[in-house]
Design a protein around this ligand. Structure first.
Ligand SMILES: Cc1ncc(COP(=O)(O)O)c(C=O)c1O
Length: 375
């Protein structure tokens, strides 16, 4: 976490621990802090504070946006069509799957090899019955920035009654999310992606978009999300967001330089490497490479032993590594997908981190390739 976020949070875990829904002075102090945090989030996302729902993270914000808007629209008799892309985060895809089971008509449109949504396919999927469209702003594996303005224009033309949701969880450190999402109604963010605490996020619901709540009870968050609000989390999220916005331009330039050095170093030192996601249209912190002849899972273990923590899009289920749904949607072959790893950089990344990765990775690849040849 960013130190500013930790500092901001601590008083709300100790002295100022009251429930913001209460009426006494301590509760009112907690409420004031919560509302101040809401204003910061609203300002950063180009919304009115009354349009910000504090959630327990990005997944909940995605679920609430998609299920909440679709069910509200269907209940009002406005339609049952839902359109998303094949390479969204599971927080979006699972919500769409649930709607599918409830009898909504769900369409998951394809993406190109460059990691950008297929706008023609999107246009074809939209019709007057469409009530919710969900397209992420930045993909969480390959880092590609989606053309949201063009998506919004297509939605306005083909499905004027639909609301546009965007999962902006991966965008906050790198983009001005208020500007990038200006034409959408629903925007999800998650604090732990920009130096805030895990388990805290927000959904912006602009233009009074009707939402059926997922959580019902005490009517908090204007009835859209019941349950005592995580004041400490919201305050810390706001602190992290404020610093992120202040430092964004400088950080994007700094991290891009680091990332480019990392990528150039890998390409220079390791033969038979390819990159995933259009390099001109991806965020500064994303380095996603495929290393032919190497199993990503084995490489991750070797890197981990040397103190370099990387990720593969693939998840291990019942012992077998499955290729990432993102890379599969982009059309990578199974073997290329299983040879791909993601090295992410952020505000805490340093020159020394890149030096270490470049010291460790080429050597690990050489050893794994030699071993593969030997067996
Ligand atoms: C694009 C995207 N959406 C949603 C989420 C889920 O956010 P959270 O972990 O806060 O539930 C993530 C987290 O990795 C993400 O990358």
């Amino acid at each position: 976490m960013r130190p500013e976020a930790v500092d901001a949070m601590l008083p709300y875990l100790s002295d100022c621990f009251a429930n913001p829904s209460g009426g006494h002075a301590a509760a009112q102090a907690a409420k004031a802090a919560l509302e101040e945090a809401r204003e910061v989030v609203a300002g950063a996302l180009g919304a009115d504070p009354s349009e910000v729902v504090i959630t327990a993270g990005g997944t909940e914000a995605d679920n609430l946006a998609i299920e909440g808007a679709a069910r509200a629209a269907a209940a009002a008799g406005r339609g049952r069509g839902v359109v998303t892309t094949a390479f969204e985060h599971k927080g979006v895809l699972a919500a769409c799957d649930r709607l599918d089971h409830e009898g909504f008509r769900v369409n998951r449109v394809g993406v190109g090899r460059d990691g950008i949504v297929d706008l023609e396919a999107l246009a074809e999927a939209l019709d007057a019955d469409t009530v919710v469209v969900s397209v992420m702003l930045v993909n969480n594996e390959v880092g590609t920035i989606q053309p949201l303005d063009e998506v919004a224009a297509v939605v306005t033309t083909k499905a004027a009654g639909a609301v546009l949701h965007t999962d902006a969880v991966q965008a906050v450190p790198w983009l001005d999310v208020a500007a990038a999402t200006a034409h959408g109604q629903l925007v999800s963010i998650s604090a732990h992606k920009f130096g805030g605490p895990k388990g805290t996020g927000a959904l912006v619901a602009r233009d009074r978009v009707p939402l059926q709540p997922l959580l019902e009870g005490g009517g908090q968050e204007r009835g859209m999300r019941a349950g005592t609000v995580n004041v400490a989390g919201a305050v810390a999220m706001a602190a992290a967001l404020r610093v992120t916005a202040q430092q964004r331009d400088a950080e994007v330039a700094r991290v891009r330089t680091l990332r480019d050095r990392l990528l150039d170093g890998i390409l220079a030192e390791v033969p038979d490497v390819f990159t995933n996601g259009d390099p001109r249209r991806k965020v500064a912190g994303n380095c996603h490479v495929g290393i032919r002849g190497v199993e990503a899972e084995a490489l991750l273990v070797a890197l981990d032993r040397a103190g370099v923590y990387a990720a593969a899009g693939s998840s291990c289920s019942s012992g077998a590594a499955e290729p990432s749904h993102v890379l599969a949607a982009m059309g990578l072959s199974r073997s290329d997908a299983l040879a791909s790893i993601r090295l992410s950089l952020g505000f805490a990344s340093t020159e020394a981190d890149v030096d270490r990765a470049l010291e460790v990775l080429p050597d690990a690849v050489r050893r794994l390739r030699a071993h593969a040849l030997a067996v």
